[in-house]
Write a protein that binds this ligand. Structure first.
Ligand code: PMP
Length: 459
């Protein structure tokens, strides 16, 4: 390992890094990013990388977009801050809510703003509780999530998340959160089972969970159409149509977490449209502003909102809200990002590039390290396995995914290891030659990793 540069040393001396193996920092150092343009970012040494993850699945319009920068500057000049508490309003918050209502795949009445995706999902749970209290059903409070789900890191959002590292050491999950099975056919399908049979089994297992717990105790189920940080898990085609009637039968809301899926990523405005999901409420963040400022939102239909109005008339006020929820900078950027998605027709661009993305990803299943390629629009994942025939995973302590990702970085690209799944979520503005370059760098890294696996005897 080369010695740490001055800026790396200052970084690890003072910054507490999220989602990082803290015990290895002094060995690995950090990658300090200086600036970006289009799909490229540059570190403080001047090295260029294709940002194949849009940061954290969020900078869908890439870096240094002048129109977004102008919109931000204009908003900061006009009104750098105001809030929405106590019946205050701002023009950007109004305009963005109107746009979200127009775009929503189901009728939406009101938009509640947060500063992040975690806060949006936390808010969803509070709203589900408030709603059932409003209806005089105080026992209907549990929330169903899924194993491998990722819904954020605040105490409730982390509890909804179904991944070990988000629970271990944090005394989570809290009570009242149930984790249903993960609809990942490649990993969880049984020997000889068809995808249709697997889907029916997932639905039956959800029904059994609801009946075991008592439907009168369950308020909502939360799900991403495509599970992102859990490993880019694309559900079987009939999954949401199979589970929705079970939820409806028991009056259980379906909270659609569109934090990664939303805003054209899967080849439609919403992942719900691509994957036949009919949500009750929705959470959005990330590409909502193309990540140029933090913003999240919860979108609710009118019958639920009217129950809040009625309940609040009895309680006095609606006691929930964030200082920066609906920040005018975020809202102005949200309005501009949506305008850009529409006028540059980002949706058609994603649809036009998706076949190349699929072809190159599926091509990689020929590689000795790759067990499965998964994709939806311009989000994908490659699961690395020790044995393709038996789907045997590598021992997690070998860190094969992390190794591949560091080899990709050496070649000038950023992709994210989710355990041994390499995630890809390039800025949606990526051009064909840039996408091919990203895959070429990934392929080179896989080849080098294969040599390393062999040499180290990791199979
Ligand atoms: N939901 C999903 C699906 C996410 O991917 C994320 C973030 N990766 C979150 C919620 C949490 O968002 P944030 O990090 O903005 O709190």
């Amino acid at each position: 390992m080369p010695p740490l540069s001055n800026v790396q040393q200052r970084d690890i001396d003072s910054v507490f890094h999220p989602y990082t193996p803290l015990h290895k920092l002094s060995e690995t150092g950090t990658l300090v990013i200086d600036h970006g343009k289009g799909v490229f970012i540059y570190d403080t040494q001047g090295n260029e990388y294709i940002e194949g993850m849009s940061g954290l699945w969020c900078a869908g319009l890439g870096f240094g977009d002048e129109e977004l920068i102008d919109a931000a500057t204009e908003q900061l000049r006009a009104l750098p801050y105001y809030h929405l508490f106590a019946a205050r309003g701002t023009e950007p918050a109004i305009e963005l809510a109107e746009k979200l209502k127009e775009l929503a795949p189901v009728p939406i009445s009101k938009v509640f703003y947060t500063s992040s995706g975690s806060e949006a999902n936390d808010t969803q749970v509070k709203l589900a509780w408030y709603y059932n209290n409003a209806l005089g059903r105080p026992e209907k409070k549990k929330i169903i999530s899924r194993q491998k789900a990722y819904h954020g890191v605040t105490i409730m959002a982390a509890s909804l998340t179904g991944l070990g590292p988000n629970h271990k050491g944090f005394d989570l999950p809290v009570d009242g959160v149930l984790h249903a099975e993960c609809p990942h056919f490649y990993r969880n399908g049984l020997e000889g089972e068809t995808e249709e049979e697997f889907t029916a089994r997932m639905a039956n297992s959800l029904r059994a969970l609801i009946e075991r717990e008592g439907p009168e105790t369950i308020a909502a189920m939360i799900a991403e159409p495509v599970m992102g940080a859990g490993g880019v898990i694309v559900p079987p085609k009939g999954y949401f149509p199979a589970i929705k009637p079970i939820l409806d039968e028991h009056d259980i809301m379906l909270i659609d977490d569109e934090v990664i899926n939303g805003f054209c990523r899967t080849g439609n405005w919403w992942g719900a449209e691509t994957h036949d999901m009919v949500p009750t409420t929705m959470s959005v963040a990330k590409q909502l502003t193309s990540a140029y400022a933090p913003l999240g939102a919860v979108m609710v239909p009118d019958d639920i909102y009217q129950a809040f109005v009625d309940y609040t008339s009895r309680l006095g006020t609606f006691g929930h809200g964030f200082t920066y929820g609906g920040h005018p900078l975020g809202c102005a950027l949200g309005v501009k990002a949506i305008e850009i998605y529409q006028k540059r027709d980002i949706l058609s661009h994603v649809r036009a590039l998706a076949p190349l993305f699929e072809r190159r990803l599926t091509g990689l299943t020929e590689h000795p390290l790759v067990g499965e390629a998964r994709f939806s629009g311009l989000v994908g994942g490659l699961e690395l396995v020790a044995d393709k025939a038996t789907k045997r995973a590598f021992d997690p302590s070998h860190g094969v995914g992390a190794k591949v990702s560091s080899l990709i970085e050496k070649r000038g690209a950023i992709l994210r290891p989710l355990g041994d799944t390499i995630a890809m979520c390039p800025p949606m503005i990526i051009k064909e030659d840039e996408l091919n370059a990203l895959f070429d760098r990934l392929e080179g890294a896989l080849d080098e990793a294969e040599g390393w696996v062999e040499k180290e005897g990791l199979r």
